[in-house]
Design a protein. Sequence first.
Length: 582
Amino acid sequence: LIKATLKSGGLRFEQERVAEGEARERFTDIWFDAQNRMWAAGSSGLAVKEKGLWRRFTTKDGLKNNQTAFVRSRSDGTLLLGYFGAPSLTHIRYEDGRFKLLGHFDDVFPKEEVIYFFGEDANKGLWLGTGQGVYLLSAEGRLDHFGRNEGLVSENASNMSLFAEPEGTVWFGTTAGLHRFDPILYKGVPAAPHTAILEVRYGQESVQGEALKAQSISSKSSTISIRFAAPSSIREGAVDYQVRLVGFENEWHTSPNREERYPKLPPGHYTFEAKARIGSGEFGPLAAWSFQIQPAWYQTWWFRGLMVLGSLGTLAVVVSWRVAALRTRNRMLEEVVAARTLELQQANNLLRNQSLTDPLTGLHNRRYLDVCMPEDAAQTARQHLDMKNGRTERMTMNIDILFLMVDMDHFKMVNDEYGHHAGDLVLQQVAELIRRATRNTDTVVRWGGEEFLVVARNACRKEANIMAERIRCFVAEHEFDLGNGSVLRRTCSVGFAFFPIAIDRADNLGWEVVVNLADRCLYAAKRSGRNGWVGLLAGEGLDPDSLDLRLQAHLEDYVASGNLKILTSFPEGVVLDWSQHH
């Protein structure tokens, strides 16, 4: 920590040493509580300064981990603690020098979502911002979720961007804008809706309304279609349905289409059940319909008994002939088994030689892209060709593939100064950092050496720079463990481009060309100062018909004419070098 003191000679800065911490410990948040105690969230645990003395709290005191990120007070004097990049929140109390762990909010909020901001409003409601929307836990313990269906322009919350006004108004930020919550207009978590079964169809029959009752259905009509709904006049897009067919499946599953179809059910008794809720609220009453599938004549017990007797008689005739034939067949089978075993061994060897995984980092290699990318690129192109929306709307939709090329800066110096084993450890840690900085649906590929490729499917052009900056920041802030007690810091450069390049001509250039453009952006970033990112987007005046394979050779001309738009983290005045030599 850095302490500023105003003295007669002016403002003086000096380092404040915090107990039980490292000399270069990173602190990301400072907070003063109602007793004017200073709390500091650092990479070695939570610290508090009281009466001029520092005290440290770590996992030994019940914290989830020591990588603490943010700390805030609640109206009752307790504290909330958040962690760096972890989906967890800790509730603590500190009185008369005694630290007490009150618990963790692991069972309240979704476990898979990283927390970016939290805090309490004037009504003692607890707010939580994640990468999948914003949650509100009321003082009565009811949980509500807000996302795009409730008016958010983005569900990706920004770090500690929450402010609660005394009268109850709450402000919070996302990567796409600032949002205001009005407590007067908010009516709380909506009441659970009532689900109703609207129609049942089987064979040529259709049953609706009051005619719905227990049915006996012939096996010839055993394909059942059931339509249901839970009418709601508020937050209609947030209604969540779950269904199950007791007697066939006992687990509930989400039904997005308000209709379930069960083809060729076997004979038996069944009960269809459906329920609904709004957002993350409680489920309403069940709607149920029971029916029975009658067996066909060939499925009855007496027919099966006759079949057994007939089979036994036939078997007695065939056995004597079969025994003689088996000796000859056994010899033939031994020859076939030997041939198949040899083919299987050869196939296994071929699979091992064509492994799709990089042995050092555990990431996919280039061969993986050759197998999977043609289908992914074709699907993305089809989505663009089928879209009827305008160009501006498509810029905000998650229907593109984003390619990000990542390269470690000055990596050769690591091998030269510390050896190749240390270099391998750095590459393994870089691979893990990129995994953490990307989504679960994204693919990370080791492109070669210290270079990595991220394939982000279902990406949004409007938020193109968010993932690039996150990767750059994760690498720049990481201390790389070299395995011998030494650590060092390194930066990375990132280049990115979207497939398709032009949203109006999705079938113009292949994905391989876009990867090469991302590589050109990467080396433009490296020649422009490193520790930054450069990306390409189609300009507003770009003629899609002008895009062909000459784009790679004349990239500077496309950029200079404005047909391609540059996104970069480098300040204005830096001239990007687009030459093709590395």
